[in-house]
Structures are given as structure tokens and as C-alpha cells.
Design a protein around this ligand. Sequence first.
Ligand SMILES: Cc1cc2nc3c(=O)[nH]c(=O)nc-3n(C[C@H](O)[C@H](O)[C@H](O)COP(=O)(O)OP(=O)(O)OC[C@H]3O[C@@H](n4cnc5c(N)ncnc54)[C@H](O)[C@@H]3O)c2cc1C
Length: 460
Amino acid sequence: MSYRHVVVGAGVAGLACAIETARRGIKTLVIDREPVIGGTLWYSSGHMSAAGTRRQRRLGIDDDAGRHLIEVERLGRGQLTPSLVRLAIDGAAATLDWLEDEGFEMAADMPIIAKSHEPYEIRRTCWGVAGGVSILKVLQRLLAEPEIRANLNVRSGCLVEGLDLDASPVMLFVRNGGRIEEIDAPELTLATGGFGADPELLKAWHGQSSLYGGGSFADGTMMRLLVDKGAEVVGIGTFLPTLGGYAQRADSNLVDWSKKLAINPQQRRVPEMFLDAEGRRFINENSESINGVERTFLEHRIDTYHVLGSFDTLARSAPLLGGAGASQDEQRALISAIAGARIGSLDAVLGDGGAFAENVRAELSLKAGATDRYGRHWSDADILSGEFYLIPCQTVVLRTWPGIRVDDDMHLIVNGAPHAHVHCLGEMLGGVQFSGASFASGMSLTPALTLARRLGASLT
Ligand SMILES: Cc1cc2nc3c(=O)[nH]c(=O)nc-3n(C[C@H](O)[C@H](O)[C@H](O)COP(=O)(O)OP(=O)(O)OC[C@H]3O[C@@H](n4cnc5c(N)ncnc54)[C@H](O)[C@@H]3O)c2cc1C
């Protein structure tokens, strides 16, 4: 069977685009390297943001795309791609309304002002009861609709490992088990996600190492292929680390993000200290701005650090690990299972002296009632004492920043000109194009869905 539209990548962007073309009667093939579709939706928290939604109006929340745009531009510090952000934000309310029409199960009390990133001023962030999986459920239901199924075929477990952009039609080289298959793609949409699972690309394009909270498939294979063919990567060197990760596997930089340490001051007052490789503090762990904290890590080029706390202070605080109701015993067990973590007296956790131990001891010589050099106030209850824990941590990325340059119709720019029949969508465009040098809540998933549906509605 021949297809008019071939989509590589069955994540949120690829699926939303493919569903739209198939719904319009265009024969569509989706190819994905994994055995199961959904991509990063299986990992994602699923936060989306939109202004002017039906839901907001029902709740009397006064909001519009103009105000959303101003906030995203402010957070993005001028580094985003204005025309793409405008398209994404202008279409976001229709995306959310559509999801709800299609049976999206919204979590209670949405929308809210989310605090996991620098907060918006207006309640416009929302997510589903099962995070990213709530979005996937809607897409899966649509895939099963007879009028869409009649025009759409999904081939999973097939890796696209080459493409000829000069051929007419464009040709894909697809590894299917032991053989390579050639597939014509009169209209080709690439939606293969980011590159967080490739430590080499992280170092090259972010300029710093990190752990990654998504899947091994996000290894940038397609982005490398496109660069070889003359595509341009926007935003090299731009990146913001996320805190709370620690190495979980010896063989890769992948981490299960649901096991993160709760050291984001927006979600929990942080009783611990963060220490650099020399055992020195470098930040007010309870700074008001989460972007400010993340930016400090970047400015100091810190990709590994330690979290030092004591069980005395932890007993008076919200849990560090294990979620809202975790007991001290559960937290102790989880901390001791982290590779390299130490629990015990100060002497025991600091080991046999050296500069690190000396510096940590100096940092601990705080007096209750004092305000330290970072502006953090230390009360009696905050002073670390008794039994300590020292956890080696590494910065994490949840989505990658640099991405492939496209025009406003999502055409791939190759050797300086738009390719008439090749489009790119989703995270492969890079976080930087939609929220600049910052996180803006929901500004990966919502643009991915909105621009995918827009492209799907325009292809012929
Ligand atoms: C822990 C975590 C939490 C997050 N939370 C949020 C959030 O709350 N809000 C938000 O906006 N964003 C969030 N994100 C980011 C967001 O989820 C992703 O940016 C988005 O899901 C990416 O969608 P995508 O369709 O572009 O790519 P993906 O979902 O990554 O899909 C790409 C697909 O392409 C396939 N593929 C890759 N290469 C090939 C190839 N060569 N051949 C064939 N197939 C290939 C992969 O198997 C995969 O299925 C989060 C990410 C993580 C990891």
C-alpha cells in the first residue's frame, strides 16, 4: 500500500498530526521505533497551558492569548521564536477545548497556577488525571475510530535510520527486524522527539551533562540525520537544568522521574543544604524563583552536587522522597538505596577528612537566627544536627532545548531553504523555540499538539 503522508514518531506530535490527516481522508502511515506508541507521554507530567479556554470562561477566569504570550516572552528572555510561539499560543485554547470534547479526563480543580516552574499570573495550566497518559488515551481512542482507522496504519518496532531528502518523493530507509525497507513519503512529517538520552549530544548542544527523565528512544538519531543533510539546530548552548535527580543506572543517563528528591522550594520548604563538588554551598536553597535556582546551577556550571540534610530536620518537614505521606522509615530506606548516598553521624557521612569535609563543616557552623550570605534565614528548627544524610545528585533534563529550524508552516529548513514536503513537529523543534531560556508551564505539550493539528489540517 502506498501512503500520501508518512509520519515518523508516534508521540503526541506525530499522532495528533496523523489523526488529523487520516480524519481528512489522506492515507497516512505512522512509523515508530518502539513496540508501543505514545513516546514521552508515558513519562510526562502532562501539564498544558492555554488562555481563553471554555473551561476558564466557565470558571470566570479572565484570560486571553495576548496575556499568555506576554508572560511566555517575559519568561523566555527574548530567546524564543516569536512567530512559532504566537501560533502555538493562539491555537492553544482550541486544543484544550478539543481535548475535552474528545473525552480528556481533566484532574480536579483545573486550571491552576502551577508551581513546578516559574508560575504564570493567571490560572491557565491544567493536566489530566493520569498526566501524559490522559492525553494518550484520547489519541488512542481517536485512532480506533472507523473513519480514522480506514486511512491510518501504525507500524511500530521500525527504526528510520536514513532518508533521502533529494529524492522525489522523499525516501525513508526503515529497519524492520533484520532488513532495511525503502518507503516513499510524498509528504513527510518528522516528530521523533528530543535527544535527552544521548549524553554526547547533551554535552555538545547543551554544553553540559545531565540525567534524562524520558525514554531511551529520545536519542536524537533523526536530528543527527537531519543535521548531516543540512538542517540547522537553533539554540545551541541554551538549556536549564532541573533539580532533584540522582543516578539510577550504571549503563545510561536515564532516570525514573517519579523517584525524584523534593528539593524544589516552590513545592516544599527545603531544609537541606546543596553543596558543590568542593563541599561549599552556592545558593539559597529556598530562593523564591525556581528559574533563579535553576539559572544559578547553570551559571556555576554545576552538573553534580550533594544534598545534605539531617533526619531531625526532616522529621519537621514535608517528605524528601516517597511522596506526601512517606514516613521517616520509608524515607530512610529510599535514601539508603541511592547509589553513593551516606547515612550516619557527620563524621561518618563526611568520611576521612579532606577539603570537602572541611568545607562542609564550615558551612554547618551556622547560628540559629542568622541570615547567611545567600539571604537564607536559619531558625533553630533548620540547623542540621543528629543523624545526617548526604546524597550525590546530578542535574536532569525533562525536555531538550536546542531544536531543528522550521518555517511557520513547519517546513524543515534545509541548506537555508524550506523543504516543500518535509515537516518537523514537537520536541525535535527544541524547547528553546517555545519558551526560550526558561521553563514556561505546558509549553512543550501544548505547542506540540496545537501545531501538529494545524499541520495535519493543512496537508493535502
Ligand atoms: C518526566 C517528564 C515530564 C514532562 N512533563 C511535561 C509537562 O508537564 N508539560 C510539558 O509541556 N512537557 C512535559 N515534558 C515534555 C513533553 O512530554 C515532551 O516534550 C513531549 O511529550 C514530546 O513529544 P514528541 O511527540 O515531540 O516526542 P516523543 O513523545 O518523544 O515521541 C517521539 C517518538 O519518536 C520515536 N522515534 C524516535 N526516533 C525514531 C526513529 N529514528 N525512527 C522511528 N521512530 C523514532 C520514538 O520512539 C517516540 O515514540 C515532560 C517530559 C518528561 C520526560
